[in-house]
Design a protein around this ligand. Structure first.
Ligand code: 5GP
Length: 189
């Protein structure tokens, strides 16, 4: 997605060789027109999949997931993050480490919102090592729903998350792929 590449070049900053600050367009401020375009891209890539629900993890995944769900005309579920989770028979939960915060959180989805009849599209903001995505994939699998694929706004392809999920047989579609952040420079694939 050329428009997104240009916005990243203009508004993102390289914090280290591993981390890109995307607060201006994804993680703190959101551009609605750009975000609707992201949704359009995901919706057209997965147009033939008879999707019944879009799912993401709060909070930064929500805008792109919302725009995708809006265009597909289906509900959006966002997995919620909890610091501690008392065992609850009505929710699916998974423990995931956070790449940027260095903490572990539990993500949870109420069982009532996912069923074996669902064909689910998972949308996420950024994929690094894939821990957050793997957690939500496990929840989707446990619910019996069919995961049609994962749409990622920014894939850092020098980290292993996207590759590992593809090796697991999951269709991963990224709007931009970043090959390197070395020397403070953003290198797209
Ligand atoms: P993962 O679980 O794939 O290692 O990390 C995924 C999550 O960590 C993303 O949803 C995102 O919130 C955060 N994250 C990972 N790498 C970056 C990065 O380079 N920049 C920003 N802003 N967030 C990141």
């Amino acid at each position: 997605m050329e428009l997104l590449k240009n916005r990243i070049l203009e508004e993102a900053s390289v914090l280290s060789k591993d981390v890109l600050k995307l607060d201006a367009i994804i993680n703190h401020q959101v551009d609605p027109a750009l975000t609707m375009e992201m949704g359009q891209q995901f919706a057209s890539r997965f147009a033939d999949e008879r999707i019944t629900k879009v799912i993401t993890v709060e909070s930064s995944g929500i805008p792109a997931a919302f725009s995708t769900a809006y265009i597909l005309g289906v509900p959006l579920i966002f997995a919620r993050r909890k610091k501690t989770l008392i065992a609850d028979p009505d929710v699916y939960s998974e423990r995931v480490p956070s790449f940027t915060k260095g903490i572990v959180t539990d993500i949870m989805v109420a069982k009532q919102f996912l069923s074996a009849d669902d064909r689910v599209l998972f949308i996420d903001d950024i994929i690094a090592n894939g821990d957050a995505a793997r957690g939500l994939v496990k929840i989707i699998e446990r619910s019996g729903a069919h995961l049609v694929g994962l749409g990622v706004v920014v894939e850092k392809s020098f980290q292993s998350g996207g590759k590992q999920l593809r090796e697991q047989g999951i269709r991963v579609e990224s709007l931009v792929r970043i090959a390197s952040l070395n020397n403070g420079t953003i290198q797209f694939e």
